[in-house]
Design a protein around this ligand. Structure first.
Ligand SMILES: [Zn+2]
Length: 202
């Protein structure tokens, strides 16, 4: 499984997160991958309605209790939390065993600024990582906004995405044309993508 494919499996969930959390999540996937650990993001943004439905499980609805958080009381409800699991080498099966690899992902997450639910006392939540920006749930319920500004060192466009666009479409087009103006234009396009994703221009 290559990194871009791995990232794309989680991108739909990641894209709904707070932009800073989204980039940190992509970084988590990349750093874990670099250590030979493939992960999948299984939960991201959760609406208040979805949270209420989840809270009802094992209480007013059948099933076992899966959360202690009512609607509005989970960092998922503000796009500030993710749940992950391990992805098997076949790229399809998911693994929920909290083993050394799982704990390593949590460590990487913590190094990126996430709080890990596996460290909680009482209701331990191993798949859960959240980034609070110093805000409490009460702050968020009172309308305080988490930052959305991207930090200087986080590029707007993911490097892997930019490289894929360059390799798959722009480079072949560059090789397929004899028109020097067109070549220059394609080179400019590729460099725009490189700049937006924090790479050096070529
Ligand atoms: Zn969670």
């Amino acid at each position: 499984m290559n990194l871009n494919m791995l990232l794309s499996k989680s991108e739909k969930r990641i894209s709904q997160l707070n932009p800073i959390v989204a980039n940190k999540t992509r970084e988590l996937i990349r750093k874990s991958y670099a250590e030979g650990i493939n992960i999948l993001i299984t939960q991201g943004m959760r609406t208040f309605e979805e949270q209420a439905e989840l809270y009802a499980r094992g209480r007013t609805k059948s099933g076992t209790i899966v959360t202690n958080a009512k609607a509005g009381y989970s960092f998922h409800n503000y796009g500030l939390a993710i749940d992950f699991c391990l992805l098997a080498d076949d790229g399809v099966n998911v693994l929920w065993t909290v083993n050394d690899k799982w704990r390593r992902v949590a460590e990487i997450g913590k190094s990126l600024g996430f709080v890990w639910g596996g460290d909680w006392k009482g209701f331990v939540d191993y798949p859960h990582l959240e980034m609070t920006f110093g805000l409490t749930i009460n702050d968020l319920l009172n309308g305080k906004q988490p930052p959305v500004e991207l930090e200087d060192d986080i590029p707007m466009l993911d490097k892997g995405v930019a490289q894929t666009i360059i390799n798959t479409w722009i480079s072949p087009a560059w090789y397929n044309t004899e028109d020097q103006e067109q070549k220059k234009y394609l080179n400019w396009l590729a460099n725009q993508l490189r700049l937006a994703s924090g790479m050096k221009v070529e």
